[in-house]
Design a binder for this molecule. Sequence first.
Ligand code: PXG
Length: 464
Amino acid sequence: MSQSLQALDRAHHLHPFTDFKALGEEGSRIIEHAEGVYIFDAAGNRILDGMAGLWCVNLGYGREELVTAAAEQMRRLPYYNNFFKTTHPPAVKLAEKLCALAPAHLNHIFFTGSGSEANDTVLRMVRRYWTLKGKPQKHWVIGRENGYHGSTVAGMSLGGMAPMHEQGGPCVPGITHVRQPYWFDEGRPEGQDPEAFGRECAAAIEARILELGEENVAAFIAEPVQGAGGAIIPPASYWPAVKAVLAKYDILLVIDEVICGFGRLGEWFGSAHFDLAPDLVPIAKGLSSGYLPIGGVLVGDRVADTLVEEGGEFFHGFTYSGHPVCAAVALKNLQLMEAEGVVERVRDELGPYLASRWTTLADHPLVGEARTLGLMGALELIDPVSGERFDKALAAGTLCRDISFRRGQVMRSVGDTMIIAPPLVITREQIDDLVTLAREALDETARCLAPRLADEPQPEERPA
Ligand code: PXG
């Protein structure tokens, strides 16, 4: 059965972020069901989902309450839109709940179907805001290299993923990127002090503002911790210095919480961890624990008041903006997270526990750095012989990811950075397993790579 599914998949299905030909040759992994923090493949293998799907299944798999919320809402009102002065109870109740959970100055939400659509909305809203303020020339948005804000044209333009820009044709004009606060890859090789490096990255934002002219810059957009870029936790000096720069100039702050929101960093919003006061906050993923697609942009009073009082009609929206079934599931998800104290447990118990266990991997010869924040973690792989990054041709990260999957754990690779972001309902015992499985995957990766690191050629040794 799984072979025929693989054949059909190869014949008809173009997967996201995938080398179609290579996948066709290798065959896709088929995930059939899931429970708690585990996914199960077609062969019946149980795999610890160290990535919560794609950073989203915060409440874990198999939550009947979410299934019931969806089924009940589907029976009552499976669809109606929020256009043309209509709405429905799930959208209104979710809007109220989100604004109650968010920092006090965020009192409005614009719903979307995904994080990418949320960032498209951000771009349109930011430019609309400044136009309404009589400053249409203030349209430049500063993002960061290696930032990720989605895969629509605006999302990929706001993000700073060079391979996406190269494939995407011309990006949306008026978007520019500054250096990322990636200490391990950019500060450490230059022999800098991490805190001085953090301040230097913030200074790069100010330099770009001055280059463009403050009167032309609309907004700065960033993730609190870069997720898809490699779980990059900035040095402690970075965010206070960025805040100081932005406070000097009249520029909106957009904090993309698509990954960091809803408990990942031990707060409802990652910006609370870094004491940021964003004007706009794109959200998605953990909002519904990934059970149904829904996103949105939380809008601060400064922007919302202008859009409401001075804006007239905003020509923007999606058929599924605030979809009733997705909204009902998201609301139930937030209620469950609140009732079960999920966010507080990440902050007070599971985050510190993961930190204490994950950092023990730093003694592994392949690991140059082991870091965590909340329930997000990364390992930087290095060549044990040179102490530097592996030759890219070895694809060490991909090798380690595939070994890990085969041994029973999802661990994502971004280049040679290994990442985990497990469901927030993981237990201490499961964290122990996660760290043990990560070490075993590192050990096997080291064994596979050893012959290729030695001087004399050795027979190929690749995992099956
Ligand atoms: N912003 C951020 C910060 C994200 O991480 C998006 C926006 C876009 O959301 P949608 O819902 O349109 O995908 C994301 C998505 C990965 C990976 O492998 C990360 C994302 C999506 C897919 C894969 O790390 N992040």
